[in-house]
Design a protein around this ligand. Structure first.
Ligand SMILES: NC(=O)c1ccc[n+]([C@@H]2O[C@H](COP(=O)([O-])OP(=O)(O)OC[C@H]3O[C@@H](n4cnc5c(N)ncnc54)[C@H](O)[C@@H]3O)[C@@H](O)[C@H]2O)c1
Length: 250
């Protein structure tokens, strides 16, 4: 048995958003190691140099995903460079944490724009090419917040729950084109975003509620992505894979 038949991504082109840091960077590194050509998108200007640091012909694109009208252009750039787009990982996300009674309209709008509207319309743009190819893998990074209420996370929970159900609709409509669409819902992950809120006593209390007794590492989320974008995961679609050390089962 050749393990590459199961997890190898040679010849595949992947677009990953939020690729400059945290989970997104770990995903890019792993997909690259599995043989994919990776297009890294981030609003952080460092993304170009990060892409050139990976050996091979990877590309870094600086873009703010909240510019919805520009999203089809990102997919076009991937197709212009590499002739196809096999994998889309909508990973970029933000968290603006406010008590439910104090959520501001601007933070609500900004959260839904980056966490829900942008992944939806980037999927729509990529899906058009994938349908023509008769093959595609879309993975959207949601959160445990998609299935469970977290204090101070009203806009964030709403955006991630929306992303899960939008992914299921895309999965249902696009199965006939050989496209799978899934979400991954991590617990707290040890990244800048995760550590900003979950620190000190709050982190200790949260870890005590997670059966695994700890937060997740970025490469553990990347590993779940690698499976879902593999050819052999073709029968897994519309799923919300919860990677939370058991937090939501107790
Ligand atoms: N860290 C956690 O605890 C955790 C838990 C569950 C889910 N998630 C989700 O995982 C994903 C990645 O989170 P992370 O912890 O790696 O975050 P992070 O803040 O460490 O990195 C996010 C990256 O996305 C980029 N980004 C943000 N907004 C953007 C925009 N408008 N346009 C382009 N790029 C943008 C940032 O520049 C950054 O490089 C997010 O969707 C987040 O909601 C994170």
């Amino acid at each position: 048995m050749d393990i590459n038949t199961f997890f190898g991504l040679k010849g595949k082109t992947a677009l990953v958003t939020g690729a400059s840091a945290g989970i997104g960077l770990a995903i890019c590194e792993l997909l690259h190691q599995l043989g994919a050509t990776v297009v890294m998108v981030d609003k952080d200007p460092q993304v170009g140099s990060q892409a050139s640091r990976l050996p091979g012909k990877h590309l870094g694109i600086v873009a703010d995903l909240s510019d919805i009208a520009a999203l089809p252009g990102l997919v076009q750039q991937v197709v212009d460079h590499y002739g196809r787009i096999d994998i889309l990982v909508n990973n970029a996300g933000i968290g603006i944490l406010e008590a439910a009674a104090e959520v501001k309209k601007e933070s609500w709008d900004a959260t839904l724009l980056v966490n829900l509207t942008a992944p939806y319309f980037l999927s729509q743009a990529a899906g058009e090419y994938m349908a023509r190819q008769g093959y595609g893998r879309i993975v959207n990074i949601a959160s445990q917040a998609s299935v469970i209420a977290l204090e101070n996370h009203a806009a964030y929970c709403t955006s991630k729950a929306g992303l899960v159900i939008a992914s299921k609709v895309l999965a249902a409509e696009w199965g006939k084109f050989g496209i799978t669409v899934n979400t991954i819902s991590p617990t707290v992950v040890e990244t800048e975003l995760g550590k900003r809120y979950w620190q000190g006593d709050r982190a200790t209390e949260m870890k005590a509620k997670i059966p695994a007794g700890r937060f997740a590492m970025p490469d553990e989320i990347a590993a779940a992505v690698a499976w879902l974008v593999s050819e052999k995961a073709g029968m897994v679609t519309g799923e919300n894979l919860i990677v939370d050390g058991g937090y939501t089962i107790v």
